[in-house]
Ligand binder design. Structure first.
Ligand code: GDP
Ligand code: ZN
Length: 371
């Protein structure tokens, strides 16, 4: 068959199961191939009658195995030897990744859709803050949706909105039940790869059901429901959105662990990025506690959260460093008030993996570990 041998077949990996990859081929390519065989779009449609976009069940070429090239959900891949009638193919190459989340393993995610409810369960600022910091630490764009807006008054919504705008966010108020702003959400997700996150009970399954009517997720069950019946909660699958774009179906969520370094932490607060852009603290390694001439410390609501998360980050890094070197990589020098001033030595390379630049990060702590 001429198709597939003329140009490169490109597609996106939607799911991985054992050594098989479910690959969705590109739309543009379908049009191009149609031109190349000198036919119309209809001709191609008879070749791919079932789904809007052709799907192939693929294996990975031996060459990729030999060079240790992994294939992840979200990867853009080159497919060879398509067998259209059998729906099979082979992945010959993986294109460079734009972003990479390690837990859940998803390549090329464009954004994280963080879903919270304004009520039932009540909106807890501290919990929201934690999820936001975790999401920001991946380096991937964060979209905040507040569901169940049918349960609060316009005045309450305004108060929440004012408060979050001081945090640097413009939340989108939605109600899955009353079908408010679901179309807006769909617009944001169009043509993008989106990972959905948020605590249980806020309406994530309901929202996914509303966005993808064919999917039929069970609503209102205990957390972990999306994973039930699957081999593992690590199972990730990308679902096709009606307007184009892909949404990661992921297991239930939990209270996330923050795993960024003390120095990085402050950059995950959008409301402080501006202060930092407009001026520097006196010390390069300022942790913004009681250091003199600090541009970060001050009257902003989440400063309290910052201090709390900072303590956690310091404790975590101390522990990591002690594991790496029992003699300890940390020097502690005693400051005036008897407080211990954290001062990291040059970090060894293996602890640099949380760099925002590489965007290799885990949202894993947002997911249940049950099963
Ligand atoms: P998940 O745990 O985040 O996936 O949340 P679910 O989708 O299972 O929803 C939890 C509960 O919230 C269910 O009882 C839903 O019917 C309810 N729910 C979902 N969306 C809304 C909404 O917009 N308004 C109200 N009042 N309840 C909702
Ligand atoms: Zn400072």
């Amino acid at each position: 068959m001429k198709l597939g041998t003329t140009g490169q077949l490109l597609g996106t990996v939607l799911a991985v199961q054992a050594n098989f990859y479910k690959v969705q081929l590109d739309q543009e390519l379908r049009a191009r191939e149609a031109e190349e065989v000198g036919g119309s779009g209809e001709e191609i449609n008879t070749l791919f009658p079932s789904t809007p976009l052709p799907l192939l069940l693929c294996t990975r070429r031996m060459r990729l195995k030999k060079i240790g090239q992994q294939v992840m959900v979200g990867d853009r891949v080159v497919v060879e030897e398509p067998d259209w009638s059998g729906g099979r193919g082979a992945i010959a190459d993986v294109l460079p990744r734009q972003t990479e989340l390690d837990r859940p393993p998803i390549a090329n995610a464009d954004q994280i859709l963080l879903v919270f409810a304004v009520a039932d369960p009540p909106l807890e600022p501290y919990q929201l803050s934690r999820f936001l910091i975790k999401a920001e630490s991946t380096g991937i764009d964060v979209l905040l949706c507040l569901n169940k807006s049918d349960l609060v008054s316009p005045k309450e919504k305004q108060e929440i909105s004012d408060r979050l705008s001081k945090w640097g966010y413009q939340p989108l108020f939605i109600s899955v039940q009353q079908e408010i702003n679901i179309g807006e959400v769909a617009k944001y997700l169009s043509q993008k790869i989106t990972v959905i996150a948020g605590p249980s009970g806020v309406g994530k399954s309901s929202l996914i059901n509303a966005l993808i009517p064919d999917i039929n997720l069970r609503v209102g069950e205990v957390s972990g429901k999306l994973a039930r019946g699957r081999h593992t909660t690590r199972h990730v699958e990308l679902f096709d959105l009606p307007n184009g774009g892909l949404l990661a179906d992921t297991p239930g969520f939990n209270q996330p662990d923050l795993d960024c370094s003390p120095q990085e932490l402050v950059h995950y607060f959008p409301e402080v990025r501006e202060r930092l852009a407009n001026g520097n603290c006196r010390f390069n390694d300022c942790l913004h506690r009681d250091e003199p001439d600090c541009v970060v410390r001050g009257e902003w609501e989440r400063y309290e959260h910052y201090l709390e998360f900072l303590d956690e980050a310091i404790a975590r890094q101390t522990q990591l460093n002690q594991q790496a070197d029992p003699e300890s990589n940390l020097k502690h020098k005693t400051k005036g008030k008897g407080q211990s001033q954290y001062e990291p030595k040059l970090e060894s390379k293996k602890y640099r993996r949380t760099s925002r630049r590489t965007q290799v990060q885990g949202l894993q702590d947002l997911y249940d570990d049950e099963e």
